[in-house]
Design a protein around this ligand. Structure first.
Ligand code: GEK
Length: 245
């Protein structure tokens, strides 16, 4: 696994973060060292999918990057009659994701598409995953995307939504942010790397508060929305569409 050194040297000007070839090369190391609980979340996405996936439906992995959540679900769903659609708008990610997925054998068909998920068609889904993707979607497009996801789910279907969240202006929020930076330091990132990465993400990653996420999930129609994982300001939510509408 190549080490993420993208922000290890001073940049004269820090450009907006992009999911390009340079990022693809180091992505597994970057996400593992930056997102507290990433492996736990990915593994349990498989377990949640196993519990809620229904035969003869589709499973979606929106903003799939290199397909970590897809791989986890494919393992846990062995023997089920489902098909997975993994979508990402970065061509570099999609190409590497395809190679990555074909390195493992499975009887579950996976289609990898290069698309903007705000324009993708979603239908007959029992499980939809957005693992740290919604935070990169323009805030004004989020509600419509979530509505499309809700509408594309079969009754009893679920959305697993992982996000970095803001907790408001509070001492608690400051502490969670500091603890996340400490997590990155312990994983070998320098102060320079942490601050340059923060600057690169400033315009492209807009965080919503946790309460805003949960309210919006209920607004689009989910009968239940809850948090099943949280470490510092990183959380993963589970939203359930009622069996009977
Ligand atoms: C994982 N889920 O490892 N349409 C499609 N893809 C998009 C869009 C969009 N509009 N916007 C961003 N992306 C993965 C990790 S990474 C999270 C997800 C992170 C894609 C983008 O190209 C990138 O691959 C992904 O969303 C976000 O489980 O790097 O923090």
């Amino acid at each position: 696994m190549s080490k993420d050194l993208i922000y290890s040297q001073p940049h004269q000007k820090v450009d907006d973060f992009q999911f390009d070839q340079q990022v693809v090369e180091v992505f597994p190391d970057m996400i593992q060292r930056s997102v507290p609980g990433y492996s736990t979340i990915v593994d349990n996405i498989g377990l949640l999918a196993q519990r809620f996936a229904k035969d003869n439906t589709r499973i979606y992995d929106l903003g799939c990057s290199l397909g970590a959540a897809t791989l986890s679900m494919r393992r846990y769903l062995a023997g089920k009659s489902v098909a997975i659609t993994a979508i990402d708008y970065s061509q570099a990610m999609v190409t590497r994701c395809d190679t990555h997925l074909s390195a493992f054998k499975s009887d579950i068909p996976v289609t990898v598409l290069q698309q903007d998920i705000t324009e993708s068609e979603i239908s007959n889904a029992s499980v939809i995953v957005m693992n740290f993707t919604l935070q990169f979607i323009a805030p004004e497009k989020r509600q419509a995307l979530l509505q499309k996801i809700y509408d594309g789910l079969v009754p009893g279907g679920i959305l697993i939504l992982s996000e970095k969240v803001s907790i408001g202006q509070s001492t608690g929020n400051e502490s969670l942010i500091d603890l996340h930076h400490e997590f990155k330091r312990r994983n070998g990132y320098s102060e320079l790397e942490i601050s340059q990465k923060r600057a690169a993400l400033e315009n492209v990653m807009k965080l919503d508060p946790l309460s805003g996420h949960l309210n919006r999930l209920t607004e689009v129609g989910f009968s239940e929305a809850l948090t099943w994982f949280q470490c510092f300001n990183f959380t993963s939510m589970l939203a359930i569409k009622a069996e009977e509408e």
